[in-house]
Design a protein around this ligand. Structure first.
Ligand code: ADP
Ligand code: MG
Ligand code: ZN
Length: 327
């Protein structure tokens, strides 16, 4: 079987595509601005054109397949995007089939968190371990769990939603409709919302000062915290605590060797990582906690591309390159 995959990372801002080798080399990388307003077919065109141009440069159409990572709730098994928060008009789009019909090459669709976990396990921080929890601190809280080398997916392939594990029966309403999810404390949208609330209730002037006339984002709240704003620091401390409570429960269940932290919000660094690290022992059993190491993602901006490719290799019958089946 071919040991290269075409990887596509479909985001609300950019679409990126590249060829990825089983050894983790990225080649023929290209990026276009997502034609958000063009609707489904314009975006399918963009993906097909990007893939074709990668094939051209590679000089062959022989690959293990095309992996697509897309945002929003999606069904990996049927290849359908249920909806995509940042792509207006997307509802029940059979994305894998639409691309596959055009390219005449198998397409696998994956959830960003689950694929990122596969990517870290195959190419990144998790290369030497079989049990890890990956946390994508982004706009939401994406995640994926690898247990004995297998991705936790469940019956419909939509499992592993660590960010929507509830930690508070009386907590705030999450974007998913449930109550008290970890994401409602530590997702980028939640940090931003808590920052706005602090400004409206006049508890923080620094957050407003840093935002100026722009929207209050998680990044703004992080900068206020870094400059010593107590309210902003508390927002992160509470988020990190929520993460420790929820992830602590999962650590007890899965006994992982590694927790990998990635995503744009992780750039807040020790505003989150330090309190998370120091709180985690309070929410785990010692004989289980002892095995856990916490690290930052090794893949950074290429997480989506690596994840899409890792998903292609992972879905293959021989799981080429995935460690548990080497040798
Ligand atoms: P997504 O994949 O969900 O689009 P990203 O992983 O790109 O999200 O992360 C976006 C989030 O990261 C936003 O909430 C943004 O405010 C936040 N962010 C970006 N840069 C920083 C930073 N330097 N410090 C803290 N938060 C940041
Ligand atoms: Mg992302
Ligand atoms: Zn939720």
């Amino acid at each position: 079987m071919s040991d290269v995959a075409i990887a596509v990372d479909l985001g609300g801002t950019n679409i990126r595509a590249a060829l990825v080798t089983v050894g983790g080399e990225i080649k023929h990388h290209r990026t276009v601005r997502t034609a958000v307003r063009g609707g489904v077919y314009a975006i399918v065109d963009q993906i097909v054109n990007l893939a074709e141009s990668v094939f051209d440069e590679h000089g062959s159409r022989l690959t293990a397949g095309v992996g697509v990572v897309a945002p929003g709730p999606l069904e990996p098994k049927s290849g359908i995007v249920r909806f995509a928060p940042n792509l207006p008009g997307w509802e029940n789009v059979p994305l894998a089939r639409l691309i596959q019909d055009r390219l005449e090459i198998p397409v696998v669709l994956g959830n960003d968190g689950n694929c990122a976990a596969l990517g870290e396990s195959m190419f990144g921080a998790g290369r030497d371990v079989d049990n890890l929890i990956y946390l994508a601190l982004g706009t939401g809280l994406g995640a994926g769990i690898i247990h004995h080398g297998s991705l936790i997916e469940g019956v419909a392939g939509v499992g592993g939603e660590v960010g929507h594990v509830s930690i508070d029966p009386n907590g705030s309403r999450c974007t998913c409709g449930a109550v008290g999810c970890m994401e409602a404390y530590i997702g980028g949208w939640a940090i931003a919302r808590h920052g706005e609330m602090a400004v409206h209730s006049e508890r923080s002037s620094l957050i407003q000062e840093i935002a100026g006339d722009d929207r209050i984002t998680a990044e703004v709240v992080a900068r206020a915290a870094e400059q010593g704003d107590g309210v902003a620091r508390d927002i992160f401390a509470r988020g990190a605590l929520a993460l420790a409570v929820g992830v602590g429960g999962l650590v007890n269940v899965f006994n992982p060797e590694l927790i990998v932290i990635g995503g744009g919000l992780a750039r807040a660094g020790d505003l989150i990582i330090e309190p998370f690290r120091s709180s985690l022992p309070n929410y785990t059993m010692l004989p289980i906690y002892e095995h856990v190491t916490i690290v930052q993602s090794a893949l950074g901006h290429d997480t989506g591309i690596y994840g899409a490719a890792a998903n292609v290799f992972y879905q293959r019958p021989d799981r080429t390159g995935h460690r548990e089946l080497d040798g």
